[in-house]
Design a protein around this ligand. Structure first.
Ligand SMILES: [Zn+2]
Length: 324
C-alpha cells in the first residue's frame, strides 16, 4: 500500500499519476541512496499494476497483492545479484527473457524487478538491452539502483528515471521506533546518524549498545584501551569504522564552526578538546583512509588487519593520548 511507504512523496505521486493515466512506461529506474525505500516502492508498483480492486490500488488484500507481497506471484520476477561478486548474471537475464516471452499466467502484467541494476554484468546488460528496446506487450520493468553513476548509460536511457531522496530525520525516527526498542530520544539520535537511510538506521539501532561503547572509546582516547581492545570480527570492525567516521565528522565541525549541529552533542566537551589538538586537513585525509578501509572490509581483507590500520590512522591524528 502506498501509505505504508514513509516519505518518497514525489516518486509516489509520479508512479500513481502514471497508473491513473494508464500511460505506464515500459521500464522504470528508481535511483537514490541505499535504504530509502526503492525496493519497497518497486513491489508496491508491481502490486498496483496487477491489483484487482476496483477502488484504491494496490488494496493489499486481493490475492495478487498478497502473492506479490509474499514474493510468490508467478508473474512478478525479482532479480538480485548472486555469488561472491554479487552481480546479476547473463543466465538470470536469459531465464527472465524466456519467461517474459510467454503471456502472463494470471496477472495483467508480468513485472521484472531488477534490484541494484548497477550490478548487472556487461553481458547481462547487453542481453537486457534487447528486451528493453522491444519489450513484450504485457511486461513492465522496474530497475533500482543506489549507484546511479555506475549504471550503463544505454540501460538508463531506456528507462523512465524516478529519483528517490534521502528520508527526513523525523520519518527515520518513526521507522526506528517501530523496528527497534529504543527510546524516542535515542531513535532521533540514530536517525541523525543515518544520513537519510532507513536501512542504515535500523542496522545501527540493532547494534546501538556497541556503537555507544565505541563512541565512549573515541571520547576517552586513552592509548591502553586501543592497544588491548582491537576488535576481531568483520561486524565489530565495521561498527568501529562507522563510529570513527561519525566522530571525525564531529571533530572537524567542532574545529571549524559552531553553526552546524554536532551528531554527538552530548560529547561536545570531549569533541572540542580533541578539535583543539586536531589538524582539520589531516582529519579529512583520515576520513578517506577510513572509507577505503571500510571498502576493503567488503573485499575480504582480514578484519584484524583493517582494525590495526584504522587504529594507526586514529593515532596519527594526535587526538588520542594517555594524557587527558
Ligand atoms: Zn489488491
Amino acid at each position: 500500500m502506498w501509505n505504508d511507504i514513509l516519505g518518497q512523496e514525489l516518486p509516489k505521486r509520479i508512479l500513481r499519476a502514471h497508473l491513473a493515466s494508464e500511460e505506464i512506461p515500459h521500464a522504470y529506474l528508481l535511483a537514490g541512496p541505499a535504504g530509502v525505500g526503492k525496493a519497497r516502492l518497486a513491489r508496491v508498483m508491481a502490486q498496483a499494476l496487477n491489483c484487482t480492486s476496483l477502488e484504491e490500488r494496490p488494496c493489499g488484500a486481493c490475492i495478487f497483492c498478497q502473492q506479490i507481497m509474499k514474493e510468490v506471484h508467478p508473474d512478478v520476477h525479482v532479480l538480485q545479484g548472486t555469488g561472491a561478486s554479487d552481480q546479476i548474471k547473463i543466465e538470470q537475464i536469459r531465464q527472465l527473457i524466456s519467461r517474459l516471452s510467454l503471456r502472463p499466467y494470471s496477472a495483467r502484467f508480468q513485472v521484472a524487478i531488477l534490484e541494484e541494476a548497477d550490478r548487472l554484468t556487461e553481458e547481462a546488460s547487453n542481453s537486457l538491452l534487447k528486451v528493453l528496446e522491444e519489450p513484450p506487450v504485457h511486461t513492465r520493468f522496474i530497475l533500482t539502483t543506489s549507484h546511479f553513476v555506475h549504471c550503463l548509460p544505454t540501460v538508463v536511457s531506456r528507462c523512465q528515471i524516478v529519483f528517490c531522496q534521502p528520508l527526513g530525520q523525523a520519518t527515520i525516527a518513526e521507522i526506528v521506533a517501530k523496528e527497534a526498542s529504543l527510546r524516542a530520544a535515542e531513535a532521533h539520535w540514530v536517525a541523525s546518524l543515518s544520513m537519510g537511510s532507513a536501512s542504515k538506521a535500523i542496522a545501527l539501532a540493532k547494534h546501538w549498545d556497541s556503537y555507544l561503547l565505541n563512541v565512549g572509546r573515541l571520547t576517552d582516547g586513552r592509548l591502553p584501551v586501543w592497544l588491548k581492545d582491537i576488535p576481531e570480527t568483520r561486524d565489530e570492525v565495521k561498527e568501529l569504522l562507522e563510529a570513527m567516521l561519525n566522530w571525525l565528522r564531529d571533530v572537524s565541525i567542532a574545529a571549524s564552526t559552531e553553526r552546524i549541529p554536532l551528531l554527538h552533542a552530548g560529547h561536545a566537551k570531549a569533541l572540542k578538546r580533541q578539535a583543539r589538538k586536531a589538524d582539520v586537513d589531516r582529519c579529512l585525509e583520515a576520513v578517506w583512509e577510513l572509507v577505503n578501509l571500510h571498502e576493503s572490509l567488503a573485499q575480504f581483507v582480514s578484519p584484524r588487519l583493517v582494525a590495526t590500520m584504522a587504529r594507526e590512522t586514529w593515532l596519527s591524528l594526535g587526538v588520542a593520548s594517555d594524557k587527558q
